[in-house]
Every structure is written in structure tokens, then in C-alpha cells.
Design a binder for this molecule. Structure first.
Ligand SMILES: Cc1cc2nc3c(=O)[nH]c(=O)nc-3n(C[C@H](O)[C@H](O)[C@H](O)COP(=O)(O)OP(=O)(O)OC[C@H]3O[C@@H](n4cnc5c(N)ncnc54)[C@H](O)[C@@H]3O)c2cc1C
Length: 565
């Protein structure tokens, strides 16, 4: 097995991993970045490009932003994490500009007020779009990596953290280009693997690889997950044709002030004001109608934006929303009439963002020595609901903060040879386990097991759940878990997609189980978590986090834990 040593290994190729890597590298420590796709990819590259920058309009302030985040988090965001995030967030656009990203500015350097948007759930305008959206962000982040001298392992999947005692000592990774294992020894690992919404494929806006690998790595490394039941469905996803199901076609603000939502029978569910509602609130109304079977022929509901055109300034509003580029997909999926708001769109919620995740403190520390987490994979900021445009600010602030924390360590613990044999034993043990999985000559095709898992998650642990559906999901996940160790992998060495499916399947299963266990623990409806059998929010019992952690026998334990714990 090939070996290499670094001070820090960042797992992930999106904004959070790259930004942390370049800050840390600039501070003089040796950094490797491991990503199973390419640097600058992940969901970061898919982003529309809206970034929240508090205080750029006179009517806004850090206090307003904090109040919005705490309110939308529905009582389970961590105030200390929120405060520290907001303090940094106003600088996010400027910092991204330093990497080369372009925002439209007035000659005096301010943001033109017409370009500063008030997105659903924000009480003030504070969101700005960069030119070129996520694709351009990805390109600039990638080129920054080369400039800062970070060593990049692309098409390489992290499989397992290597620990001795309570300290992380390395990561076992698999180069997917050559099906070759590599042992990376290091002092610190940053998990920045993004979210897990693709566990619900095809009902997701996310990239195919966003299946929760980092959650599994963290749990196996003895970190704790919080609030994994809180997965945000964005209300407006495409319902047809089949190849486009789940693609993002808008969020509440896209509906404008007069847009209406109708069920499949033509009954009005929401008559205007959708643009001021949070994603969770709109999704709840939609899922109640869908669960009652009042859908259109595609299984979705009808979003009618035409009433906006009758408002004073309606045409201008149309042009402003259209400039985001989001309607192009509507023309491709539906028709030119739908693109022009003349016909309603068939829409269905689609999973978009993971609010829960790895428990961290304000600096991204997980409580396991040498293990940090940043970006969408971490918990604490969003609580029960993520406001639009906050995720991109978060990856900037999380990356910058962690990079600074690492860079400021005047005595970054050097790699020492103490405990080397223990580390080697741990690498050998994990190598054996993973070799059996990826060289499997067993019975099951990982692709079909994966499809079974995704279907089970959508049907039984999707936007609406109850005790019976969740227990059934747990039973199915357990069955898949047993089969996931008995795979039949074709012998092709180079870029064998089945190998990646096998790896992901084995990491998806613990992540899926964590979602189901957390959803069982929270016997109420709060934020993005809608329990059909407990429709009300219950502050007396559940103003707290759900948690999942791995127990000594390797099974997952779950429960409730107070805020700040
Ligand atoms: C369609 C869409 C539009 C969006 N628009 C906006 C927006 O306008 N504004 C906003 O604020 N937010 C938006 N978001 C959300 C935002 O883009 C993401 O939350 C954010 O980019 C996440 O960044 P990240 O670095 O945490 O993760 P990601 O960018 O998802 O990166 C995760 C990386 O980890 C890698 N990885 C995962 N597992 C492994 C493993 N085992 N080994 C190695 N590598 C691994 C992946 O390959 C990927 O490169 C949008 C999201 C989507 C899907």
C-alpha cells in the first residue's frame, strides 16, 4: 500500500474543504485534499450562487441576521455557533472576491440595491449572486488550491479514519482511478464531505455523491451526530420527465408575491405570499396534500406564477427572477409557455440540504482529538431549517475559521514515530475489511442495493414520516446492511464505477440509519421534520437535539441531548 504523511488531510472537494485547505496551507502546514470527484465540484459547483452578507443594506444588521437564523432554526440551532458565524459572514463576498470571484458592484464599491435580494425567511435584503454561480465558484476555488500548494488526491475516496486511543492518526483512502489503497498518516483530519440528500435519489437536487460518507466516517471515528432528522426539502422540484425528477426549479422566493399553489384537483393551497415563507413551511403544506393523494398526474402539485404578471411591475419581476437562470430548466422539462409563467408548473419537494450533521463547537472541533468538520456536514447553525444563501456564506466562514485555527497553532503537533506500530495495525485491519468489500466475489450488485436503499428512504423516511414507516425503514436498512458485505464486483481495475458504488453503499447505510433513528427519537413536528403521527411542535419535551453515536459493539445508539451539550 502506498503511504504519505501530512499535517492535515481535508476530505472533500467542495468549498468548505478547499477554503480550509488553502488557509491552513498559507499558514505553513502541509495539507492534502482528498476528493472522490474533482476539486471545485460537489454541491458547491451546482450552487445558484446566492451568498448572504449581513449588513450590506442600511436596514440590515448582524442582530437582524442572528434573529432570523434563530427564528428559522425553530429552537434547535446553537446560539454560540450562530453568533460566531454571523460575525464572519459579512466578509464572505469580499473574501470570495479575493479568490477571483466577481460580484456586481457600484462604482463606489457598494452592492447595487437592486441586486441585493430578500430571500424567503430572511427579514431583510442581504443576499447577492456572484457572476457565473457555483460553476464559476468551483473554478476559482480549484485554481486557488494549486496556487496555495495543496497536494490533491482526486477520484479518491476516504474510507476510514485511523485512530489510536482518542486521537485520529490518519485516513485510509482508495484511488478509484487505479483501485489502489493509500494510507495517509496525519495529525488532523477535516471532514468536509457535504450533505447526504442524494440518499433520496432521484428526489434530490444534490450531486450523486452527496450520500453522507462523512457522517459514516465520523460515527465510526466516535464523533457524535446531531439532528439528522432535519433534512431540508426544497419545495419546487421538477416532476417529469423521469430523467429530470428532483431537479431544482425554484425556492419560495421564485413564486413572487402573487404566485399560487394548487393541488391536483384545482383547490388553492396557498394564495400569494409564498415568497415570504420558509422552505419548511411551504414543503409542509405540499406534503399534506401529496400524502392525502390530491396530486396532479405526475404525482406533484401545480405552481401558478401567472398572477404575478398582473401586479404593477409584474413584467419587471418576471425578468428579475428569470435572470437567475432558474427558469431554463422549466422550459426544458415542460414548455415555453411554462417558462413564460403562462402555464402552471408541476412541482414536488426535493431533498436539498442537510441541517443536522457532525456535532462541532464554534471552531469546528468534534470532541475527537484531531478531528474537525466544516461545511454542510456539520450541525448546529441551521437547526430545523436552512435559509437560502446561507450555505455559501457558511462554507466560507467555516473554511476560514478552521484554516486560521490550524494555522495559528504555534506548535502544530509534529508527526512522531510514537505508536507507529499501533497505527500500522489499524491501517492493516481496515485495509483487510475494505479489500474484501471492493474485491467482492459474492452475490449482490451494489447498484441495485443502492437503488433499494434510496427508494426505501424516500418512501418511508421522506418528507413525511411516522413511527410505522420509520420502523419499516429500519428493518429494510438492516437487511441491506447484511447484503452490502456480500457484493459481486466486476474485475475492471481502472475507473470502475461499481467499486465506487460498493464504497458508497457501505457508507450510506450507517448514514441512512442515523436519519431513521433520529426521526424516531423526535416524536413531534419541527423544522423540516414532519411526523404524520405527531403533527405539533412540542417545546416541553423536544427543545433539544437528537443524537446518534456508535456504541462499543459497533451498533448505533440514539437519544435526546440538551442544547450546548
Ligand atoms: C442545486 C443547488 C443549488 C444551491 N444553491 C445555493 C445558493 O445559491 N446559495 C447557497 O448558500 N447554497 C446553495 N446550495 C447549497 C450549497 O451549495 C452547499 O451547501 C455547499 O456548497 C456545500 O459545500 P461543502 O463544501 O460543505 O460540500 P460540497 O460542495 O457538496 O462538497 C463535498 C465534497 O466532498 C466529497 N466527498 C464526499 N464523500 C467523500 C469521500 N468519502 N471521500 C472523498 N471525498 C468525498 C465530494 O465528492 C465533494 O467534492 C445549493 C445546493 C444545490 C444542490
Amino acid at each position: 500500500m502506498e503511504r504519505a504523511n501530512y499535517d492535515l488531510v481535508c476530505i472533500g472537494g467542495g468549498g468548505a474543504a478547499i477554503l480550509a485547505a488553502i488557509y491552513a496551507s498559507a499558514a505553513g502546514i502541509s495539507v492534502a485534499l482528498v476528493t472522490k470527484d474533482y476539486p471545485g465540484f460537489g454541491n458547491t459547483r451546482l450552487a445558484v450562487g446566492m451568498t448572504a452578507c449581513p449588513g450590506i443594506m442600511p436596514e440590515d444588521s448582524a442582530e437582524h441576521f442572528i434573529a432570523d437564523l434563530l427564528r428559522s432554526g425553530e429552537g434547535i440551532s446553537e446560539p454560540a455557533v450562530v453568533n460566531s458565524f454571523v460575525n464572519e459572514a459579512s466578509r464572505s463576498a469580499v473574501a470570495l472576491e479575493k479568490l477571483g470571484l466577481l460580484f456586481q458592484r457600484s462604482p463606489d464599491g457598494s452592492f447595487p440595491p437592486a441586486r441585493v435580494e430578500q430571500i424567503g425567511g430572511h427579514s431583510r435584503p442581504r443576499s447577492v449572486a456572484n457572476l457565473g454561480g457555483g460553476a464559476s465558484l468551483g473554478v476559482y476555488l480549484k485554481s486557488a488550491l494549486w496556487r496555495y500548494g495543496v497536494t490533491v488526491y482526486s477520484n479518491t475516496a476516504a474510507l476510514e479514519l485511523i485512530k489510536t486511543g482518542n486521537r485520529v492518526r490518519g485516513v485510509l483512502v482508495l484511488d478509484l482511478k487505479e483501485r489502489a489503497f493509500i494510507g495517509l498518516k496525519c495529525n488532523t483530519v477535516l471532514i468536509a464531505t457535504g450533505g447526504c440528500s442524494a440518499l433520496y435519489y432521484p428526489h434530490t437536487t444534490n450531486s450523486r455523491g452527496a450520500v453522507g460518507d462523512g457522517l459514516a466516517l465520523a460515527m465510526k471515528g466516535e464523533a457524535v451526530l446531531w439532528d439528522m432528522e432535519q433534512l431540508q426539502a426544497i419545495p419546487f422540484g421538477i416532476t417529469s420527465p423521469r430523467s429530470m425528477v428532483g431537479a431544482l426549479c425554484g425556492e419560495p422566493s421564485t413564486a413572487g408575491p402573487a404566485g399560487r399553489l394548487l393541488d391536483g384537483l384545482g383547490n388553492i393551497l396557498i394564495d400569494g405570499g409564498i415568497n415570504k415563507m420558509t422552505r419548511a413551511a411551504v414543503t409542509r403544506v405540499m406534503m399534506s396534500a401529496i400524502a392525502a393523494g390530491r396530486t396532479d398526474s405526475n404525482g406533484g402539485l401545480q405552481l401558478d406564477l401567472k398572477p404575478n404578471l398582473n401586479l404593477p411591475g409584474g413584467e419587471k419581476l418576471y425578468r428579475a427572477i428569470r435572470s437567475s437562470g432558474i427558469f431554463d430548466i422549466v422550459r426544458t422539462a415542460y414548455s415555453s409557455e411554462a417558462f413564460r409563467w403562462e402555464e402552471p408548473w408541476s412541482v414536488m419537494p426535493t431533498f436539498h440540504y442537510q441541517m443536522g450533521g457532525i456535532r462541532v463547537n464554534m471552531c469546528g472541533e468534534t470532541g475527537v482529538d484531531g478531528l474537525l468538520a466544516a461545511g454542510e456536514v456539520q450541525a448546529g447553525l441551521h437547526g430545523g431549517n436552512r435559509l437560502g444563501s446561507v450555505a455559501l456564506s457558511e462554507i466560507y466562514t467555516a473554511g476560514a475559521k478552521i484554516g486560521k485555527v490550524l494555522g495559528n497553532q504555534s506548535s502544530f503537533p509534529g508527526l512522531n514515530s510514537q505508536g507507529d506500530s499501533e497505527i500500522e495495525d489499524a491501517f492493516r485491519l481496515q485495509l483487510r475489511i475494505w479489500q474484501e468489500i471492493v474485491d467482492g466475489q459474492g452475490q449482490h450488485n451494489p447498484v441495485s442495493l443502492r437503488a433499494d436503499l434510496e427508494e426505501c428512504m424516500w418512501r418511508l423516511a421522506g418528507p413525511v414520516r411516522d413511527e410505522a414507516s420509520l420502523l419499516e425503514a429500519l428493518r429494510i436498512v438492516d437487511g441491506l446492511s447484511a447484503r452490502s458485505r456480500n457484493l459481486d464486483i466486476n474485475p475492471e481495475i481502472k475507473f470502475n464505477r461499481q467499486v465506487l458504488d460498493a464504497v458508497e453503499l457501505n457508507l450510506m447505510i450507517p448514514a441512512a440509519r442515523a436519519i431513521v433513528l433520529s426521526a424516531l427519537e423526535r416524536r413531534e413536528s419541527r423544522g423540516a421534520h414532519l411526523r404524520a403521527d405527531y403533527l405539533k411542535r412540542d417545546d416541553r419535551k423536544y427543545s433539544c437535539h437528537t443524537y446518534v453515536r456508535m456504541t462499543e459493539n459497533g451498533s448505533l445508539g440514539s437519544g435526546l441531548t440538551p442544547p450546548g451539550s
